[in-house]
Design a protein. Structure first.
Length: 383
């Protein structure tokens, strides 16, 4: 461990154990230090499950997403029977990237270099000029583990990772009643890279302080209607997840014929903000869920996707507002919030690199959830 990493870790330990009047923000070096990022990579990113979006992104056989995690090319691909698999997106001949970055739909993918062709089970199905002696039946794309949780697609680069379902049982007990696994409609609105450390994105999603200031435009007309708790705090937490109630509907959703059986009153009323660390933030409002994913690329860049999934698009809603909204309106609204967050979060990253950057005091009433995130971070890195 480098000296820089050791002092970063010591500063983090001091922050989470200090008994001062007011908690502080993270030491600025933790957002910019390459060696601290290496530590996070070893102890978190290469160990954990990462969410890559919602199952509705992979609804049709052949739907795929070619992306990266920590510079590793990944291919997430729906098979002919609908099963979602994840592969290393490199050809088994001479390692060319197989599918171009982005989303697509294909039954077979052919390498652009010498035209080896693979099916959605990762099996080599053909190669030009095959030598007679070569046994191709064992040539397969490297496959990674995939788990679906409540309709969200998680992949891990760690073949020995603990099953995700077991880690999220406590969360299921709290919000499983909403049956997000039955949300069969969805859109992926944003896929981009932000010039900010991954922790700035997580903190942005757990911070209730900035919304009225940064999202003035996005929240125009909404803020007066929001029933927000006076104190932003997690109502429950597990090893890798946190839940808070971000707002409450004035009138709970009525009962609809196609509601899942036994939909509880608190699920009809509360808008839940859920963090599944280190990669997924959700905002769940009974019939729809907004999702944000974070995938670290390097200390100063984070890949980021935003989407929404719903039981039915007719009841799309923003933060417990009285009136449903259309998919087009919602898409624009999410894109606008995204741009606003990008501006301010990239500014935090630039400021954190300054020689005069500080660990400033947090407003615990509205930023208290960050403290729990910092404790989680320390727990994972100091292990
Ligand atoms: S590198 Fe893919 S076919 Fe040669
Ligand atoms: Fe925001």
């Amino acid at each position: 461990m480098t000296l820089e990493t050791q002092s970063g870790l010591a500063a983090l330990a001091q922050l989470v154990t200090s008994k001062g009047d007011s908690p502080g923000s993270l030491p600025p070096s933790l957002y910019v230090s390459p060696s601290f990022f290496e530590l996070e990579k070893r102890r978190i990113f290469l160990q954990d499950w990462y969410c890559f979006g919602h199952a509705t992104d992979f609804a049709r056989p052949g739907d795929f997403l070619a992306t990266e995690l920590l510079g590793e090319p990944l291919l997430i691909w729906a098979g002919t029977q609908g099963q979602i698999r994840a592969f290393s997106n490199i050809c088994r001949h001479r390692n060319t990237i197989l599918a171009p970055a982005g989303r697509g739909k294909a039954r077979l993918l052919t390498c652009p270099y010498h035209a080896w062709t693979y099916n959605s089970e990762g099996t080599l199905r053909g190669m030009p000029d095959k030598p007679e002696h070569l046994n191709t039946s064992t040539i397969r794309l490297k496959e990674f583990r995939v788990e679906l949780w409540q309709g969200f697609v998680f992949v891990s680069l760690n073949d020995n990772v603990e099953p995700l379902a077991a880690r999220l049982q406590g969360l299921d007990a709290l919000i499983g009643n909403a049956r997000m696994d039955q949300f069969s409609w969805g859109i992926r609105c944003v896929d981009s890279s932000r010039k900010a450390n991954w922790k700035i994105l997580i903190e942005g999603a757990m911070d209730s302080y900035h919304a009225p200031h940064v999202h003035k435009t996005a929240f125009t007309g909404l803020l007066p209607n929001l029933e927000r708790p006076s104190r932003a705090a997690n109502i429950a937490a597990g090893e890798d997840w946190f839940v808070s109630v971000s707002s409450r509907r004035r009138t709970p959703w009525p009962r609809f014929d196609n509601d899942p059986a036994g939909l509880r009153d608190e699920i009809r009323s509360n808008v839940y903000s859920i963090a599944i660390l280190p990669s997924l933030i959700l905002s769940l409002d009974c019939h729809n869920v907004f999702w944000w994913t974070t995938h670290p690329e390097n200390p100063g860049h984070t890949r980021h996707a935003v989407g929404v999934a719903a039981r039915t698009p007719e009841r799309l809603n923003v933060f417990g507002q009285p009136e449903p909204v259309t998919p087009e309106w919602l898409q624009q609204w999410l894109a606008q919030r995204h741009m606003e967050d990008t501006g301010v979060q990239e500014a935090v990253q630039r400021g954190a690199a300054s020689a005069f950057a500080v660990s400033g005091p947090l407003v615990e009433k509205l930023e208290g959830r960050l403290v729990e995130f910092h404790r989680w971070l320390h727990g994972r890195l100091a292990a």
